[in-house]
Design a protein around this ligand. Structure first.
Ligand SMILES: Nc1ncnc2c1ncn2[C@@H]1O[C@H](COP(=O)(O)OP(=O)(O)O)[C@@H](O)[C@H]1O
Ligand SMILES: [Mg+2]
Length: 641
């Protein structure tokens, strides 16, 4: 597996959190910006459409006023009553020019044309079927609205009017397919008013109109009023269009070449929504060659039929650029924030890691054996606590280490010493044994020859006693330095102990010693040399009795050791105890505190040798004045041999 440092892991996890937060923030932000700006743009374009509608209605109202006031003027009544056609012609022509009307026409009270201000040559035709004139003839004072004017009517009003209205369709990709390829009718704002005589009776109908086809006055007014002609990257930011049906007849949307894009048509979706269902349509739309946030609503004639569409649109580019700008700022802030978070997190990681690194360094040091190294802890947190614990651990490790080292070196010295002494003793004993045997033999021979009453006999007997003592010592020495392996057999230790105690307790020395036995009944049988083991127990028990000077308590206990692989035999007395400085010497041969002739100092040395041969250990614990305890440990799986 790849080794990834804690630092990398920490930073990566910080990073993951930061990146996720950043992404979420970015997504939410982008969405908010997107819907915010689009929503704002749509609201704006909705308002713009309201303004455009007001301007359009204002224009109709103006026209209505012009026609109404002209119809009220006295010269009209007078000239009609006097049938002064010349005067009517002159006055109406100048009013038409002054008010920049395309059409201004007077009919008689039956609806037959009396005067055409624009085209004086065509008179006498019947206009009573006209939607507005018929309204006046049926009693209305004034009416106004948008109307579709057929080509014949336009021709009557003036040939150039029909030309102005004529528009050839321009192929528009997403328009609703149409069988027509041209538009010959015109769309007009038209108003009509009654002309009444002094008695109030109807004496004529005056109507005026403005052709919307190729007339850019209205759409440009909308552009100027609503958008103040603001441009964005050389393009008009706001545009307005009047559709006759679905055909663009008046607009300030420009083509690439700068000409006005009349002749193109509305898209199919808008057609269905606005022209068929009569509902407004607000959305982004591709108009001619740019995307616009667009609003469309139907234009109706006075009977409420849908005859066209009013459109305003705001260049989307401005909003998309605005959005892009906002997004860029937003992203910059987010990235900056993430970067800052990254820097902060790497600092934090550093802070967390520094003490851990110290711990790692310290454990490396300890591993190498440098237990004197200590971790510097500065923080009061869990890591600080950990450092404290580490230090404590190192201290106790060091303490244990020191003790162990001291103990083993002592142990080594001791066994070396015992081994040397053993060899020495064996050599001496061997050399001394034979001459001693000879001394004893010859002394006995001399003793046999002497008379019973011989005075030298006493001295010779003393010599025999001393020589015998020497032989005992030598025998002890040879025991101690014994080369032979113990003759082991599987035996019950409790029974061996029992037998030993049974032998000694009859002696005078044990008369006042209380012997307490605390034997574990479930001890396994182990391999021991019974004779040697009895010798060991006898030595220890005798020493105990001597230490108690024949009075006290001797406790003998057996048990399984904690490791379940050794049997422990514990022999405690309430004797004089052993001073600390002697505790390590008592297993040395010839170490004794007893007077000459009483102790040889070999008992424990021999015992130590025997236990060692059995692969066991013997140790002493003693408190001077209180008593002494010997603990013997023998392996359960001792060698069978
Ligand atoms: N139970 C004990 N209480 C006090 N001292 C003891 C005890 N056992 C041994 N010793 C001390 O250890 C010394 C060595 O004992 P040992 O080797 O048996 O030789 P010895 O008994 O001949 O002196 C004794 O002289 C005595 O000072
Ligand atoms: Mg002894």
């Amino acid at each position: 597996m790849m080794k990834i440092s804690l630092r990398t892991k920490l930073i990566v996890s910080f990073m993951a959190v930061i990146v996720i937060c950043g992404l979420v923030a970015t997504l939410v932000g982008l969405r908010l910006i997107g819907t915010g700006i689009v929503g704002q743009a749509q609201d704006k374009v909705k308002n713009d459409l309201n303004s455009a509608r007001e301007i359009y209605r204002g224009e109709t109202q103006d026209l209505k006023d012009v026609v109404r006031f002209t119809a009220l003027r006295f010269f009209m009544k007078d000239a009609i009553l006097e049938s002064d056609i010349e005067r009517l012609q002159g006055e109406l022509a100048s009013i038409r020019k002054a008010e920049s009307l395309d059409v201004l026409t007077l009919t008689d009270r039956e609806g037959r044309v009396v005067v055409r201000a624009r085209n004086r040559s065509v008179v006498g035709d019947d206009e009573s079927g006209d939607e507005l004139v018929s309204e006046i003839l049926s009693g209305k004072g004034v009416v106004g609205g948008t109307v579709i004017v057929p080509r014949e009517e336009l021709l009557k009003e003036g040939t150039n009017l029909a030309e102005q209205a004529y528009i050839k369709f321009v192929a528009t990709p997403r328009a609703k397919p149409s069988r027509k390829s041209e538009e010959t009718c015109g769309m007009m704002i038209k108003a009509a008013a009654a002309v009444r005589g002094y008695d109030g009776s109807l004496i004529g109908v005056l109507y005026g109109g403005k052709l919307l086809n190729r007339n850019y006055e209205l759409v440009d007014k909308v552009k100027e009023t609503v958008y103040q002609g603001v441009k964005y990257k050389g393009k008009d930011i706001g545009t307005a269009t009047i559709f006759q049906g679905d055909l663009r007849v008046s607009t300030n949307v420009k083509r690439e070449d700068g000409s006005r894009a009349i002749g193109t048509r509305v898209s199919k979706e808008v057609y269905e929504q606005v022209l068929e269902k009569g509902l407004p349509w607000i959305d982004r739309a591709f108009v001619v060659n740019n995307w616009y946030i667009s609003a469309y609503e139907p234009i109706k004639n006075i009977k409420g039929q849908i005859i066209g569409v009013l459109y305003v649109g705001v260049l989307e580019e401005k909003f998309t650029d605005m959005r892009a700008g906002a997004v860029a700022v937003f992203l910059a802030i987010t990235c900056g924030g993430m970067l800052a978070a990254l820097v902060v997190s790497s600092f934090l990681a550093q802070g967390v890691l520094r003490p851990i690194k110290r711990l790692v360094y310290a454990s490396h040091q300890w591993g190498k054996g440098n237990l004197n190294h200590r971790v510097k802890s500065t923080s009061k947190d869990e890591i600080g606590e950990l450092a404290e614990t580490f230090n404590l651990m190192a201290s106790s490790l060091k303490e244990r280490d020191d003790k162990l080292r001291e103990y083993t070196s002592q142990q080594i010295m001791k066994s070396e010493r015992l081994a040397t002494l053993g060899q020495l003793a064996a050599g001496v004993a061997h050399e001394v044994n034979n001459p001693l045997g000879a001394v004893l033999m010859y002394t006995h021979l001399v003793l046999e020859d002497l008379e019973d009453k011989d005075s030298r006999r006493n001295n010779l007997e003393k010599a025999v006693a001393e020589a015998s003592r020497c032989r005992d010592i030598v025998k002890g020495l040879l025991d101690f330095a014994r080369q032979t392996e113990p003759k082991v057999e599987q035996r019950d230790l409790n029974e061996t102990l029992e037998r030993t105690l049974g032998l000694v307790e009859k002696q005078a020395l044990f008369q006042n010693v209380k012997i307490t036995k605390d034997f574990c009944s479930s001890l396994p049988e182990i391999f021991i040399d019974v004779g040697q083991m009895q010798q060991v127990f006898t030595n220890i028990v005798l020493n105990a009795a001597e230490a108690m000077e024949g009075k006290g308590e001797l406790t003998v206990a057996t048990r399984m050791a904690g490791d379940n692989e050794h049997i422990e035999i514990e022999l405690s007395d309430t004797g004089c105890g052993i001073p600390a400085e002697n505790q390590e010497k008592i297993f040395d041969p010839f170490f004794t505190t007893k007077e000459v002739g009483r102790g040889t100092g070999l008992g424990l040395a021999v015992s130590h040798g025997i236990i060692a041969k059995h692969r066991g250990t013997i140790e002493v614990k003693s408190e001077p004045g209180e008593g002494t305890t010997f603990i013997i440990r023998l392996p359960v799986n001792g060698k069978e041999k």
